[in-house]
Design a protein around this ligand. Structure first.
Ligand SMILES: [Zn+2]
Ligand SMILES: [Zn+2]
Length: 341
């Protein structure tokens, strides 16, 4: 089968073809697994974190991609709920141990043996992949393949971020950075918290314009003072400047949720400006979002199909995987990016 692989860590400011195309053997589903013929796979900023070594794959080569939509071709599962011919999605969670204190308390995202799709095992930038049935999700018919793919990560992790905000309807909510995940969270907030005002912080004027089109009540530069203080802010940027700014803009008792698997170190000098009184005093909180659980994906898919949340997507042909990644790096395209396999 045709596949794109990460062979090594690369510097994307110098390397413009970080993935190489390979002909790999078609995978065989192990006990409890499904074989999926991939139709589309979302392109995520996390692929950049893998390629640039911030969350490196443990072994090379590996097929990236963790927002996969495809058709089940073969099942190696007894009494399977999912049958060959069904359309399923695969997300960042490929498996967890199922026995530790986290797995036993609905926090499998924190499992020390968490296995990530497209980093620790092969993912969806390929014609086929395998996945444990437990971590394959039936996709509601209301979504096309392209619409469903970004829901698997950008949507599901965005959903988890909003749950961690513990917001109430009417709370003021900020979104720092306005890429694939934040644009879905904005749609989700408008549905779940219709009385809430949403403030978007983005350095790119096109992203601010996009946010206003989608119903943001205010959009400013990444560290611009908003017209009022906020109850919670979700940060999806790879930088630090926004973290300090967001903490400053929180109301007393407010919460900052960072939805970023890794931060880059390009602007970590901002951390030296951290001021306890300004940034954390008055019971402000800061929390990260780590991975997703199977239930996050299932719950989000259900909510997204009821609304329905339709992502704004740009589709690339399979040949253009490297171009799609560089467009994310250079923040060229708004909304979510999809590879058609
Ligand atoms: Zn992702
Ligand atoms: Zn576990």
């Amino acid at each position: 089968m045709q596949a794109w692989v990460i062979d090594k860590i690369s510097d994307l400011t110098k390397e413009n073809k970080p993935l190489s195309r390979k002909n790999l053997p078609k995978p065989k589903p192990k006990d409890g697994e499904l074989l999926i013929k991939v139709k589309v796979c979302g392109v995520c900023h996390t692929e950049l974190d893998e390629i640039e070594g911030r969350t490196p794959p443990p072994d090379f080569p590996v097929v990236p991609g963790h927002q996969v939509i495809g058709i089940v071709e073969e099942s190696n599962v007894k009494n399977s709920k999912i049958k060959p011919g069904d359309r399923v999605g695969v997300a960042w969670i490929f498996s967890a141990c199922g026995k530790c204190e986290f797995c036993l308390s609905d926090q499998e995202n924190l499992c020390p043996q968490f296995i990530a799709t497209g980093r620790d095992v092969n993912g969806g930038y390929a014609e086929y992949m395998t996945v444990p049935e437990k971590y394959a999700y039936l996709i509601p018919a209301v979504f096309s393949d392209e619409e469903a793919a970004p829901l698997m990560c950008a949507g599901a992790i965005g959903y988890r971020s909003l749950v961690l905000c513990e917001a109430n309807n009417g709370d003021t909510i900020g979104l720092t950075g306005f890429g694939a995940s934040a644009h879905l969270v904005l749609k989700l907030i408008k549905y779940k918290y219709p009385k809430s005002k949403v403030y978007v912080f983005a350095r790119n004027p096109k992203e601010r314009e996009f946010a206003r089109e989608l119903g943001a009540d205010w959009a400013g530069d990444s560290a611009e003072q908003p017209p009022q203080q906020l109850n919670c802010i979700i940060d999806t940027t790879p930088v630090w400047k926004t973290v300090l700014a967001a903490l400053e803009f929180l109301k007393p008792g407010g919460r900052l949720v960072i939805n970023a698997i890794r931060k880059e170190n390009i602007d970590d000098q901002h951390l030296k400006t951290f001021d306890y009184t300004k940034h954390l005093w008055m019971e402000k909180e800061i929390k990260s979002v780590a991975n997703v659980t199977g239930d996050d994906v299932r719950n989000f898919l259900k909510t997204a199909s009821e609304i329905p949340i339709k992502p704004n997507v740009t589709t690339y042909p399979f040949e253009k995987a490297n171009e799609a990644l560089l467009d994310i790096k250079n923040r060229k395209i708004r909304g979510a990016k999809i590879l058609r396999v």
